[in-house]
Ligand binder design. Structure first.
Ligand code: FAD
Length: 334
């Protein structure tokens, strides 16, 4: 493998409801910094149907060029079709670094591509950089239950690949009308050769708000006393259209599933408003939510560390205060 042949930083551009997924915009921001450090170009890879608009947006968020696979066969995400397109693109244009969002689609595609290419994949990274003297990608992620940050290098193979958690990197401001190269690509691929068929898309009827995308999160901790007490968190969240978050102790006690956990070994979130209710404010929790726009804590202990990191604090019993707040919000919102 001749490393000289591999140049440029690429981002897999994921589509979500007809727009570029927020995580892809964040990765373009992170990728721009890496590309500048490597004195190379930043490219997006778009696979889909009628994706001209997505290509334009990708350039406006910092890419120098975009590789586009535009065909009805890519209308819905399928591992097989997207993997074939990505593999062909990598073989033809040889990126040095290839990043994917650590979303359901991004993780699926990245791991499928990694099984075919003779290279590795660092999953769920939270920090990216390049080593000054070697130019190697430094992909860091929490390891051993979050006790250490592990920095993983791919020294012997190319491309260096990583999936990156949503909401950790920063997107660049949109530069409307930014120019760049749009490179149309295609591969010989026929529907008959694809084993997976999309028969129907069924949307779930309960539109649960996802924690990593929510503008408002109501998070509860051990101070709620048990699953019955924790119900006040769900009630407040429902009243204001917020997502439900939780501390690890609550998840470990089995009051709620792990995908609600915020913190070092859970999700990193940056909502506009974060309610921390009955949560003490351990450092492992704070690292997952301290960049929220407005933090409101409710705790019966005035000395609880969470108050050091909050913009507003209410000292008192959450089981009394939260139902009152819920009623007040319900009245205010009609
Ligand atoms: P507690 O620390 O027990 O706090 C409960 C709080 O509720 C107290 O401040 C108390 O004053 C208050 N309270 C009690 N009753 C009431 C009431 N009636 N009304 C109002 N307030 C009340 N934790 C995470 O959250 N996320 C992580 O990702 C995470 N990862 C970890 C990784 C490692 C390697 C380790 C070692 C720990 C990790 N932890 C994580 C655990 C973390 O250290 C804390 O133990 C945990 O966050 C505490 O959860 P808590 O705040 O719900 O509970």
């Amino acid at each position: 493998m001749n490393f000289e042949d591999y140049r440029g930083v690429w981002v897999f551009i994921e589509e979500k409801d007809g727009a570029v997924a927020p995580v892809s915009l964040e990765l373009l921001g992170a990728g721009r910094l890496l590309a500048d450090k490597r004195k190379s170009q930043l490219a997006g890879v778009i696979i889909g149907e009628n994706v001209n608009e997505l290509a334009r947006i990708t350039l406006e968020y910092g890419a120098d060029k975009v590789f586009v696979y535009d065909d009805p066969i890519y209308r819905f995400y399928r591992t097989e079709t997207f993997m074939k397109a990505m593999l062909a693109c990598v073989e033809k244009h040889k990126p040095e670094i290839l990043l994917y969002g650590a979303t359901t689609t991004g993780k699926d595609l990245a791991s499928a591509v990694a099984t075919d290419l003779p290279t590795g994949l660092t999953a769920d990274t939270t920090q990216l950089d390049v080593e000054e003297d070697t130019g190697l990608l430094l992909a860091s992620r929490p390891a051993f239950g979050g006790n250490i940050m592990a920095t993983i290098l791919c020294k012997k193979y190319r491309p260096q690949m990583a999936t990156v958690r949503p909401k950790v990197m920063k997107a660049l401001p949109r530069n409307k009308g930014a120019a760049g190269e749009i490179i149309e690509e295609s591969i010989p691929i026929k529907e008959d050769d694809i084993r997976t068929k999309v028969l129907e898309i069924v949307r779930t009827t309960t539109q649960r708000v996802r924690i990593d995308e929510a503008d408002v999160i109501v998070a509860g901790g051990k101070g709620l006393g048990g699953p019955a007490g924790f119900r006040v968190i769900h009630q407040l969240a429902e009243a204001i259209g917020a997502a439900v978050g939780a501390s690890r102790d609550v998840v470990e006690a089995g009051w709620i599933e792990h995908h609600h956990q915020v913190g070092q070994t859970g999700a990193t979130v940056t909502p506009k408003i974060y309610f921390a209710i009955g949560i003490s404010g351990a450092i492992q929790h704070l690292v997952g939510m301290q960049n929220s726009g407005l933090i409101i804590a409710i705790n019966k202990d005035p000395g609880a560390p969470i108050f050091q990191s909050s913009h507003y604090g209410i000292v008192g019993d959450a089981l009394t205060i939260v139902p009152m707040l819920t009623e007040a919000f319900k009245t205010a919102l009609g």
